[in-house]
Design a protein around this ligand. Structure first.
Ligand code: ZN
Length: 354
């Protein structure tokens, strides 16, 4: 178990080096609320906390408006994410459909940032609502239960649909050096290294094992690697040099679905080949020189040289380029393309998926 705290502008200016000396290993600071409020102390808290080598997390206080708008507002204001940096949804309001709201918010933040936020709420809500969709989405629980609220850990919280809690906020009357007045205290149910795994991971860690994530959320392969040699002969290929995914489903009649990065990496190319080739496409470069390319897109959400996390939304699918219907083309170059060794597929090979 390790010791942490959470704070907002209500704590005023915090002396983070004194906090560090008081054995605080992690800290969450309020970032945003609703779709317009930004905590005035957020950036100071983040920078000073990280400068003192305390694991940092941000949180968003839900107002219960449009969950997508609130999620986008939060992600737009967190600043650059460092390795291990954590995120959280703070759910403290009355609402007609809380679990559905939270799931939509959490999924949106995950697709935009690559980080699965914690869900923070109190024990009464944990027990009285069916959180299974959120549990199934792999979002960790941060639960508040104070008991007599005397600054100490009292009776452990119930965890409802979760098998265990990740973080327990055990008092709102904590006292920590470097902070004036009371502060919320938390304990993480494991080691600091395991807590970091809830946050952003690095390229190196993600590409070990060389399995890549599906770039789309409903997986239906319409054309496999190597298929249809007769069609691809005109391009000097032995066959289809990627994987095609269906994008038209009942909920996307135009075939527009979000594209997610199959591995973390850097955007090295965004192009538009008009009615030919990939049409609008994105190319990423990963650790170990691997490349992935995503073709026939409608639009892109990233810029060249931008770093993206695995699972992060990078584009929207369509039917641009050499394409006979809406779909997503994914190409994978395991050995990169620096030496341009043509294997009959312009260096592309069949990926293996997680
Ligand atoms: Zn294709």
């Amino acid at each position: 178990m390790i010791r942490g705290l959470d704070c907002s502008h209500w704590q005023g200016t915090i002396n983070w080096s004194l906090v560090k000396n008081d054995n605080i290993k992690f800290a969450f600071a309020k970032c945003t609320q609703g779709n317009s409020f930004k905590d005035a102390k957020y950036y100071n808290n983040k920078i000073s906390c990280q400068a003192n080598d305390i694991l940092f997390g941000s949180y968003h206080f839900a107002n219960g408006g449009d969950p997508i708008q609130e999620a986008d507002f939060y992600v737009a204001n967190i600043g650059a994410l460092k390795k291990g940096e954590l995120m959280c949804l703070d759910w403290e309001i009355s609402h007609s459909n809380p679990v559905d709201w939270c799931k939509k918010f959490l999924d949106r933040v995950y697709s935009r940032s690559g980080v699965r936020p914690f869900l923070y709420t109190n024990e009464a809500r944990v027990k009285s609502l069916n959180w299974k969709p959120v549990v199934d989405g792999n979002y960790g629980l941060w639960v508040a239960k104070y008991g007599i609220n005397n600054g100490q850990m009292n009776t452990k919280p119930d965890t409802g649909a979760w098998d265990f809690y990740a973080i327990w906020q055990y008092t709102s009357k904590g006292s920590v050096k470097g902070i004036t007045g009371n502060v919320d205290l938390d304990t993480y149910n494991g080691s600091l290294d395991s807590l970091k795994k809830y946050g952003v991971v690095t390229i190196n860690e993600q590409s070990m094992g060389r399995k890549i994530a599906y770039p789309i959320d409903k997986v239906y392969i319409t054309q496999n690697f190597g298929e249809n040699p007769a069609i691809y002969k005109q391009f000097g290929l032995k066959g289809h040099n990627g994987m095609d995914f269906r994008t038209k489903f009942w909920d996307s009649p135009l075939g527009r679905r979000y594209v997610m990065a199959s591995l973390s990496g850097v955007v090295i190319e965004i192009g538009n080949q008009g009615g030919a080739g990939y049409g609008i496409f994105i190319r990423l470069k990963h650790d170990g020189n691997e490349q992935t390319v995503y073709g026939h897109l409608y639009k892109t959400y990233v810029k060249v040289n931008q770093y993206v996390n695995k699972g992060q939304t990078i584009g929207l699918t369509d039917n641009t380029g050499f394409s006979t219907g809406a779909h997503l083309h994914l190409g994978y170059r395991e050995k990169g393309w620096e030496n341009k060794i043509n294997n009959g597929y312009n260096g592309y090979s069949e990926p293996s998926f997680e």
